[in-house]
Design a protein around this ligand. Structure first.
Ligand SMILES: NC(=O)C1=CN([C@@H]2O[C@H](COP(=O)(O)OP(=O)(O)OC[C@H]3O[C@@H](n4cnc5c(N)ncnc54)[C@H](OP(=O)(O)O)[C@@H]3O)[C@@H](O)[C@H]2O)[C@H](O)CC1
Ligand SMILES: [K+]
Length: 502
């Protein structure tokens, strides 16, 4: 699914009006009725609905929602926040049709104290063109300070939030739900806005499919439909050689668990054969807990230069996953450098392997093209430097993926996957229960398994990120976000793979 900018959404609006064709006021009515329907499906008509409207089209939506809910016997209060002198035509048309008397607000102290019901925020939408400050910021603070039990529903966008740039300097409404039209907005997907958007509900409003199809954007969402199209069912005449041989280089004294989790996830993702390369202290643990994996050990407790020799001698590995629990010992760093000089196929690089690379940045140039890097935000910062906000970090992510011809998966609620062509995909699965030790090791295992069995890097990283999050969602559903651990993600992989065929 495409993510459009504010400008593109405006163009989609205009294209729909001209080519469906539909009048602008009827398109607003369609948007408002989608919201009113959602509200009536989720809140009883005994609730008073307090609707705050600006004077643009977002406010117009609010007025139309007010009328539609009033017609369904909701008690409705409308407050018009005088954000500007100018009102749009569709706002004015809906004001004329409003069956109740609105109250006007020109100062923050005029916000009523609301103790029951629900609040609808239709003050500002995608037309925001500067940070919210002054008395309007005061109005937003008043609304945000309403008692916790009063849900705030933002229409299209939480008022005050920029959708294409950072809103750190803007005062924003903090919504419990954002009822947004047709497409995800980029700002929703970045952590700086997590507290502002709340739960995102996408409501289709019939924007013209032709426009949505032909418009190009560097930002996309990985959804179930995309993943089903990427998935390749196994061939009926397959043998274990058909699905590749992966090498997983992982573990150090005290962190063999990371290697075990990664190895299990790799095997549960369909790899034909797996060899793990571990420090000798991990041998018994790996052979006992993952009997399906072959095991080669390094005599030291840290993985040393010897692992490069091993790869050099045995070129049969279809891919290599390196990093989980590895440690950053100097001998390991030397081994990694030698490995990068020798091995030229796409590989998966995670955790301490990334930390080593950030200590020796020259190694970035040695990483085979189309490899997959999976940093969390701190690792990303160590690798590529700090940025002043998350939109800038996103630009840097794209820039580095293009520069080094890599797939870089920046972990987060919506993990951002930047590709060598500069396109970014946001994963839509996963939950906070996955913020637990070992989740990343599981992801490395899945990605290594998919790459080894012949998926192209792009497919492997999109499919892998989605499956990882979906298995985490299934685990949380059954066990709770609190009680689930990383190993549970592996246990639910099968359930997700079963759902993939079209
Ligand atoms: N295609 C769709 O998805 C549809 C969207 N609809 C709704 O329309 C809004 C966008 O409406 P628009 O009129 O373009 O913009 P807003 O309502 O968000 O803003 C209106 C004016 O507010 C002023 N403004 C901007 N920033 C600030 C600020 N920081 N402080 C105060 N005022 C501000 C600005 O006017 P100025 O003259 O003051 O510059 C804006 O013009 C979209 O979000 C949907 O809700 C349609 O209803 C259906 C189709
Ligand atoms: K809004």
């Amino acid at each position: 699914m495409k993510i459009l900018s504010a400008q593109q959404i405006k163009a989609a609006d205009a294209y729909t009006i001209a080519n469906e064709p539909i009048s602008s006021i009827d398109l607003m009515e369609r948007a408002a009725s989608a919201c009113a329907q959602w509200i009536s499906a989720h809140f009883s008509s005994s609730e008073t609905v307090h609707i705050f409207c600006g004077k643009g089209n977002n406010g117009g939506d609010g007025l139309a929602i007010a009328r539609l809910l009033w017609e369904q016997d909701y008690k409705v209060q409308v407050y018009i926040v005088e954000v500007s002198l100018h009102a749009t035509d569709d706002f004015t048309a809906n004001l004329e049709k409003l069956p109740i008397q609105p109250q006007y607000i020109h100062a923050s102290h005029e916000v009523p104290s609301i103790t029951t019901g629900i609040v609808v925020d239709a003050i500002l939408g995608t037309g925001l063109n500067r940070p919210v400050e002054g008395w309007l910021a005061g109005v937003f603070h008043h609304i945000n300070n309403l008692q916790q039990q009063i849900p705030i529903l933002s229409i299209d966008v939480p008022s005050g939030m920029m959708i294409d740039s950072s809103s750190e300097k803007s005062t924003c409404i903090h919504a419990r739900y954002t009822l947004s039209f047709e497409v995800y907005k980029l700002g929703f997907l970045l952590p700086e806005n997590a507290e502002r958007v709340g739960e995102i509900v996408l409501l289709p409003i019939g924007l013209h499919p032709e426009f949505l199809q032909r418009e190009s954007t560097p930002y996309h969402i990985v959804d179930a439909a995309m993943v089903r199209a990427l998935y390749q069912p196994r061939k009926s005449f397959a043998h274990k050689g058909t699905y590749g041989h992966a090498l997983l280089i992982a573990g150090s004294y005290g962190k063999i668990g990371a290697a075990v989790l990664s190895a299990k996830a790799c095997l549960r993702s369909g790899v034909g054969l797996l060899t793990t390369y571990l420090p000798s202290c991990g041998y018994n643990i790996m052979q006992t807990s993952v009997p399906e994996a072959m095991c080669i050990t390094d005599p030291r407790n840290e993985l040393s230069m010897q692992f490069y020799t091993l790869v050099q001698e045995k070129q049969q590995y279809n891919t290599i996953g390196i990093g989980p629990g590895l440690g950053t010992d100097v001998s390991t760093a030397k081994g990694l450098e030698k490995l990068l000089l020798q091995y030229k196929q796409a590989m998966v690089i995670d955790a301490d392997a990334l930390n080593i690379i950030s200590q020796y940045p020259r190694l970035l140039d040695q990483i085979p093209a189309n490899s997959i890097l999976t940093p969390h935000p701190k690792e990303f910062e160590r690798l590529f430097g700090a940025t002043s906000n998350q939109f800038e970090r996103l630009s840097l992510l794209r820039e580095k993926a293009v520069q080094y011809k890599l797939y870089i998966l920046l972990k987060g609620k919506f993990s951002a996957i930047a590709c060598p062509d500069g396109v970014v995909y946001f994963n839509s699965t996963g939950n906070p229960g996955m913020a637990t030790g070992g989740s990343g090791d599981v992801l490395t295992g899945i990605l290594t398994g998919l790459l080894a069995q012949g998926y192209q890097s792009k497919v492997a990283v999109l499919l892998g990120a989605y499956i990882h999050g979906a298995a985490g969602d299934a685990a949380a559903e059954q066990l709770s976000q609190e009680a689930m651990v990383a190993g549970d993600i592996i246990d639910f992989l099968g359930e997700i793979f079963k759902k993939l065929p079209n």
